[in-house]
Every structure is written in C-alpha cells, then in structure tokens.
Design a protein around this ligand. Structure first.
Ligand code: GLC
Length: 715
C-alpha cells in the first residue's frame, strides 16, 4: 500500500499492486509520496473498504441510482447495466459513479478509481457500517477532506476536471419519441409546435432514422431527404439530434461493419474472433473503444452527420447493452422446443420465463469477451465500467477534430466519472410513473456531486402510458433541469404537449423555461466553471439544520432559488420545509405570479395544476428574460428581476456567445446587480460589461414585509 498527497485536502491511496490496476483515467495526478501515513476514515480488509458511520451520518453521491439522495440503507452496485425497470429493489442501473460523500460529525468524500464492479453496502447489512467490495485486492482510493459538503464536492470536482459545457441552444426544449417513423412525421411534429406556438429548439431522431438500425446510415425510404430537412428546420431554429448506438450490425454489405472487421476494431471472444452479441439491429459486434485506434475511427465517422449540418448527438446502448447472445438464445430455444408437447408444470414454466428474462443484460456476457488496449487483451469485465465513457470520449474528441472551437451537444446514457468532461447524461429508461418523477428530482444533485451537470430525465416517462397531469407536473419540474427533453417509447401513449387537452398549461410551463433561460444558463455556467452544484440538497446550504438534512423533494438551484415540485397525482398543493424565511412565488405565466413571504418552518403551499412554485432565498434574486419560441430569439435587451432583500443582495449574470469554446470564461459577468436595504431605504447599483446588450431592467423588490418597491431603469 502506498499513499500520496495530491494537495492539502486530497490523499490518494494505492492499495495492492499497482500493476493490476485498471483505472478510469478520471484523474491523472501522481501526487507526492507520503512516507508515513495512516488510513483516513476507512480500513481495508483484502478487497473490502470499511467505513464506520455515526447514527446520524448521511451518505451522498453515486450519481444516478435508485432510492434517495441519502444512500443509507441499501446496496448499490457499480456495474453499468441496461436495466429498463428502475425500481427500488434494483442495485445496478446504467452507471458507475464511484464517489460517495459522508455528511455527519466527520465530513469527507471518497472516490474509488476502478474500472470494474464495485459493491456498496451502505449500512444495509450492518446499521453503522459501509462495506465496499471490489473484485480485486488492487485499487485506488482518493480521500477528499474539506470544511463542508459543498467544499468537498468542489475539491473533488476540481480534481476530476471541468464539467462538460454544451451550446446555449441545448438549454431549449427538446421533443423526442422513439417511433417517429419518417421525416414527414417529424415535419408534422414541427407544424404542431408552430400551430400552438410552443417553444422548441431540438427534435431528436431515434433509431427509426437509421437503415435497419445500422449506425452512421439513414433509412433510404423514410429519411432519404434528411439533408434538406436539416437545413429547412435550421431556418426555423430547430435542430435535429440523431441517436448513435454503440453496436455495429453484422452485415457484409455495410461499410462500417467491413471497416471494423478488416481492422480488428471489434471486441473479441476467447478465440480472438469478433464477439457476437445482439442489440436493436439483430446480431452485432461491439466496437472496442478501449483501443485508441477504434476511438479515433469512430470519432471520424461523425462526419457522416456533421457534413449534413448536425450539431449534436445522443449516444445510447453504451453499457454496452446486450439483449442476448446467439449462444444463450439458442439454449432457451432448445429448451422451449424440448418442452413443446409436454404438460408444463409451474417449475418448468418459470424456468422458461426466467431463462428468457435473463437473456437481457446478463452480466455473464461481460466475462466472455476481451478488449485490446493497444498492448494486450483485457477481459471485458475488468474495463466494463469505462466502456460507455470511452464511447463518449471518442465522440467528443472526434468532434474536436472536426471543429475544435465549436460546442456540440453530446449526451449519453451509460458512463463513469470522467465522462462528465465530454458530455451530459440522461437518466435512461424511466417509466411514466409518479415515483419516477420523484426519482428524477433525487438523482439530480447526486449526479452534480459526480460532475454531471448537463442532465435530465425523459420528461413524462419513457415506458408506459403517461397521464396528462403527470406530463404537466414533470414538465413543470423539467423547466429547471439543464437537459429539458420529453421522450417516450414506441407503443406508449403519445405525450407531446399538443396531445393533451390543456395545451395552454404546457405552453406556459415551456415558455417559463424560455423566460428562465438567461438565469439557467448563468447558473449552469457558474456551477460548471467553479466546480459547484447546480442542484443541491437542502443540507448542503443549511448544514446545521437537522430537519433540512432529511428533505429530499426540494432542491436549491445555484444559490438563489429553491424549488419544491409536485410529484403526486391529484395533488393541489404540498408541504414544504423552509430553513429560513423565503419569498414564495406562484407563477401561472412567466409574467404573472402571486407572492407571499413564507416563514421558516413547515408550510403548506397551494399548487394548482397550472402553477409553478419558486422560492427566492433571502438576499437573492430570480432573473427572468423576455421569452421566445426558440433560444436564438431570446431578447437580450431587457431583464425582469425579483429580489427578496434582507440587507444586501448581489446577482452576477454570466453570459458568453453560447456557441464557441473560446468564449467560455468565468470572468464573463455580463451584469452585476447590487441591491441594498438600510432601514426601509432601497438602493441599487448596476454595472454592465462592454459586451452586455441589456438596456432595460425592471426590478421588483420584496422584503420580509412583502412588496416594497418597483425599480425601472434604463442602463
Ligand atoms: C433505449 C434508450 C431509449 C431509446 C431506445 C430506442 O431504450 O434508452 O431512450 O428511445 O433505446 O433507441
């Protein structure tokens, strides 16, 4: 065992032999060797890390998983799995985000840099113990110490590098559905958005756009005219965003398959033949993203789309997802044939049912094939959790070669920490369930801790039929998530906003997002560039408030506002917990709201189906802009600010061109607004940068006593 000092806050431990390490490459710092060291906060027992907890310690982190923000009381496994049913009995979903944060008498973070399976028993087997089990005795741990949870996350995020920054248009509304089967169907979607004056920036192209699900192809019949439609829609400020799956269809008349085969670009079985799995197109080979040459090759292929004018990608099935292998499927078929004329009793029936069910994402596949890292073959399960990240990285780097200064939109399904630098993430195949709206709320801060900021869930739920009220409430929460996309599965009830009776409610909610655009972009950029949380649990800001620590259905955004979404059916309001007095705003339209100062403690708020609750924190401001039908059309000249003043409030609005990487700079503060209150006297000071286009500001000031002043300024 060796220890290294990374800096004053961070210690790295190499446990076991460093030769056997397969790491994620999330961190590339050696650190200074420490001669005499002790293990901080944990002990090691062979392949186990043991951490003792106090009764009231909360455990955060692990990115997108089932259950709560506080992970105490369950087993979680990091082993990227395509599981389309995110119920609370599950242990592994699509991700491997190996950062945990202990918040109690002692506060510290732990990052395990390891590319294969890790099991976290978080006070499940033993009340006050975390036992982390790895599949080897050799691994690397980083311990991150700091003064509070926010600073621990900040130190960790600094260590793993700046989070991915999308273009500004990526903060607009995205409409998606698996099953838009032709370009004319997509044009009809656009027409309906236009007819109802619903803002939109992006329409996603799911697997339907490909020729038999072959990646880097388009369906010659139904998507033949795609180049023209891309430029036609660009005129309307709508972008098409295609999906790219990881696997390559086995088909001798398919150039990608032939290139991959000729160059040995696919994962291989123990005889060094390309490993045959199955996914959407039927039998497939898996590009070996561990091989740097394959990464480059895949990255170059993106020109297929960028030459058509495509500016963003949605990456999928990169766990890698395996529906079945022909070998295992044949075993099941043989079993069924054998039973054909038999009187099938319960045991046999369930044997057949389970063997079919167990074909999808069976973990045993991952020990049957190998990756080549340029030097040697590695059994896939040792690198399983980095496969998804490597696909994202190859796309990011490929696009960098195509245009090094342009910000492309990239978001993906499976990943480990490290991928947060190359793209965003959507939370996979959720369901049109109220519990999954709540799960979406809980996943957001956990992902932020692990560096993933550009995130969101399938609004309305992916599988199963959605009800109107669910899609409304989910959209009303979704207006705050950086990735704001309504997506659903083939065969389910259509859930585009215009499919329901109350289109106006959807229109108000989506328009509200466009009115929040400058604020959301500013909060996002500041969080990304200073390694802060965009969504925090209450306990991060109110660490000494015992009750705040238990609240998991309210989130702080940046450090200005708190949201308390509705996530139960037929509800007309909800209880909220306020750690201090806050200004409660209930918006029925972006420029129409009721207000009330709510006092510290438990409060009930009315939230009718058409209203969006927002709380402004003391000495903070909410910034609204004039909305538009697309992000490009947002009026940059006027701002509407709502301030809840105690004594002095400052808001700094970040902005840049939203398109280039060069324009990104933490010092790009377009506007600085300072409002102060001495006795009942309100003063204000506004400073703007040279490039700032804002020339009118409308500030509404509230204090504990309610409304106090309206300020209209030409600046
Ligand atoms: C996967 C994705 C889903 C997509 C579907 C078809 O299930 O998670 O979003 O619609 O594949 O491509």
């Amino acid at each position: 065992m060796k220890a290294f000092k990374i800096n004053n806050n961070i210690t790295k431990y190499i446990i076991g032999s460093s030769v056997d390490q397969v790491t994620t490459n999330a961190i590339n710092i050696e650190g200074d060797p420490i001669d005499e060291f002790k293990l901080l906060y944990f002990t090691i027992d062979k392949n186990k890390i043991i951490i003792k907890l106090n009764k009231s310690d909360a455990v955060y982190g692990l990115g997108a998983t089932v259950r709560g923000i506080n992970k105490r009381g369950w087993i979680y496994e990091s082993f990227c799995t395509d599981d389309p049913i995110h119920t609370e009995n599950k242990t592994s979903l699509n991700w491997a985000h190996n950062f945990i944060l202990i918040n109690g008498e002692k506060q510290f973070g732990i990052f395990i840099d390891h590319a294969s399976k890790i099991k976290y028993d978080i006070a499940y087997t033993q009340n006050n113990t975390i036992t982390i089990t790895l599949d080897s005795n050799s691994f690397i741990i980083y311990v991150i110490e700091d003064t509070n949870t926010k600073n621990i996350v900040c130190s960790f995020r600094k260590l793993i590098g700046t989070s991915y920054i999308p273009p500004k248009w990526a903060f607009g509304y995205q409409q998606s559905r698996w099953g838009y089967k032709s370009l004319s169907e997509i044009q009809q979607v656009v027409e309906k958005f236009e007819k109802h004056q619903l803002p939109i920036d992006v329409i996603n192209l799911d697997i339907d756009h490909m020729d038999n699900c072959k990646i880097f192809t388009t369906d010659p019949e139904n998507f033949d005219n795609v180049d023209n439609i891309i430029s036609e829609l660009k005129q309307k400020n709508i972008k098409l965003l295609p999906i790219i799956d990881a696997a390559v269809k086995i088909d001798e008349n398919y150039n990608i398959f032939n290139e991959g085969t000729e160059n040995n670009y696919f994962c291989v079985d123990s005889d060094k033949n390309p490993y045959v799995a199955a996914c959407w197109p039927g039998k497939v080979n898996l590009p070996d993203f561990v091989n740097p040459k394959v990464q480059e090759w895949f990255g170059r292929k993106l020109k297929f789309y960028t030459n058509k004018g495509i500016d963003g990608f949605w990456l999928d099935m990169n766990e890698p997802s395996i529906f079945y292998t022909p070998k295992e499927l044949n075993k099941v078929i043989d079993l069924i044939i054998k039973l054909k004329d038999e009187d099938i009793d319960t045991d046999k029936f369930f044997a057949v049912k389970d063997s079919l069910y167990n074909l999808l994402s069976n973990p045993k596949y991952y020990s049957e094939f190998y990756n080549y890292d340029g030097k040697e073959y590695i059994r896939h399960n040792l690198v399983h959790n980095i496969y998804g990240m490597l696909m994202i990285q190859s796309v990011y780097k490929g696009l960098e070669k195509i245009d090094s200064n342009k910000r492309f939109l990239i978001f993906a399904r499976s990943s480990c920490i490290g991928a947060h630098r190359y793209g965003g993430l959507w939370t996979g195949d959720n369901r049109s369930w109220w519990s999954h709206l709540l799960l979406n709320i809980k996943m957001m801060p956990s992902l932020n801790m692990c560096g993933f900021l550009y995130t969101g869930a399938d609004i309305g739920g992916f599988s199963d039929n959605a009800t109107e009220d669910l899609v409304i409430r989910w959209t009303q929460f979704g207006i705050f998530t950086p990735l704001f996309r309504n997506h659903s599965a083939k065969g389910t009830r259509h859930q585009e906003p215009y499919e329901f009776e109350n289109i106006q409610i959807f229109k108000e909610a989506i328009t509200m997002r466009y009115a929040l655009l400058k604020f959301i972009y500013s909060e996002y950029m500041k969080s990304a560039l200073s390694n802060q949380m965009y969504f925090s649990p209450l306990s991060f800001d109110y660490s000494h408030d015992k009750y705040a620590k238990t609240v998991e259905d309210q989130l702080i955004i940046g450090n200005s506002i708190m949201i308390a979404p509705i996530y139960t059916q037929n509800s007309i309001g909800r209880y909220v917990y306020l750690p201090e007095n806050m200004l409660f705003l209930s918006f029925t339209s972006w420029n129409k709201y009721k207000f009330e100062v709510k006092k510290l403690g438990h409060n009930y708020i009315d939230v009718d189906i058409d209203s969006i609750p927002i709380f402004v924190l003391p000495n903070k401001m909410l910034v609204l802009n004039q909305p538009a039908l697309s992000t490009k059309k947002i009026d940059d000249t006027i701002l509407f600010i709502i301030c809840f003043i105690k004594d002095i409030a400052v808001y700094e609005l970040y902005d840049d061109d939203g398109e280039t990487k060069k324009s990104i700079n933490i010092n790009n503060i377009d506007l600085r607004i300072e409002i102060s209150k001495i006795d009942e006297q309100i003063d204000w000071n506004i400073e703007k940068s040279n490039s700032c286009k804002i020339n009118k500001i409308n500030i509404t000031v509230f204090s504990d006593k309610g409304f106090i002043k309206q300020i209209k300024e030409e600046i």
